[in-house]
Write a protein that binds this ligand. Structure first.
Ligand SMILES: [Zn+2]
Length: 258
């Protein structure tokens, strides 16, 4: 395996010119899936280096079907996905502009699909480790100032949390609230794909004192974008994780389409 492409699910608003940090657009991809069309996704790369396919996840009238998203990655032969989300800090130690390489999640989503397939065998897919260790390692190397580890509390949105919910989610062990990494992380596992989550804090929870709005967020977004090509270079080569094993047999299963 020597796949040099990574699918970036971009759920945080970045100025479009800033995406040039990933290289110029070299191709566009549209994929038909059992749950609708995905794309066009821009493929960005510098020279013969690794490429990012960029699927915007923000600014859409409706949330993209997460099943279609992960299915499209497989259709394109892409093994690795990075979800980059805008998060709300539950932890008192997290502030606007901080970036967290999350390492676990709590699924408090109620209105999204939970599986790709009509039937599974006995038992379910383990969620340990929750996010791909190999991509997390590459993110750690490329983003030395990012916070390594944190629990992602996934909600439907689009509304914000109430103060009582913020207290509850913190008591559950959540560090950041977000709306775009779940169920993608679990669906990717059904296909044996590698999925990692990156969360940049854009605000603090309803029961915490807010941070000043300033340039820190813009600087944080640029830092991540400039680091992503290094992440992709770190990932060129053999898989050292076991993510593929989780999806063994997936190709024989029938997709669940209502
Ligand atoms: Zn992996």
């Amino acid at each position: 395996m020597n796949e040099k492409r990574v699918l970036l699910l971009l759920a945080i608003a970045v100025p479009p010119p800033a995406l040039d940090a990933l290289g110029p657009v070299v191709a566009e991809h549209t994929v038909e899936t059992p749950w609708g069309r995905i794309g066009p996704m821009a493929e960005r790369a510098s020279g013969d280096g690794p490429a990012f396919l960029v699927q915007p996840y923000f600014g859409l009238p409706t949330r993209l079907d997460p099943r279609a998203t992960v299915w499209a990655a497989r259709q394109l032969g892409i093994q690795r996905l990075i979800g980059w989300d805008a998060g709300v800090a539950l932890s008192r130690y997290l502030h606007r502009g901080d970036t967290v390489i999350v390492d676990d999640y709590i699924d408090h989503v109620h209105h999204q699909p939970t599986t790709l397939f009509e039937e599974w065998g006995i038992g379910g897919i383990e969620q340990v480790p929750a996010f791909c260790p190999q991509i997390r390692e590459a993110l750690r190397k490329a983003l030395p100032h990012a916070i390594d580890g944190g629990v992602y509390l996934a909600v439907d949105g689009p509304r914000r949390e109430s103060r009582a919910e913020a207290r509850l989610y913190r008591a559950w062990g959540g560090d950041v609230i977000g709306q775009n990494l779940v169920p993608e992380v679990a669906l990717a596992k059904e296909l044996g794909l590698c999925y990692a989550g990156l969360v940049t804090v854009v605000d603090r929870a309803a029961d915490l004192p807010p941070d000043d709005e300033g340039g820190t967020l813009r600087d944080a977004l640029r830092t991540v974008l400039e680091a992503l090509p290094k992440v992709a270079w770190e990932l060129v080569g053999e898989l050292s994780c076991r993510c593929q094993q989780a999806g063994a047999g997936a190709s024989e299963r029938r997709p669940l389409v209502e």
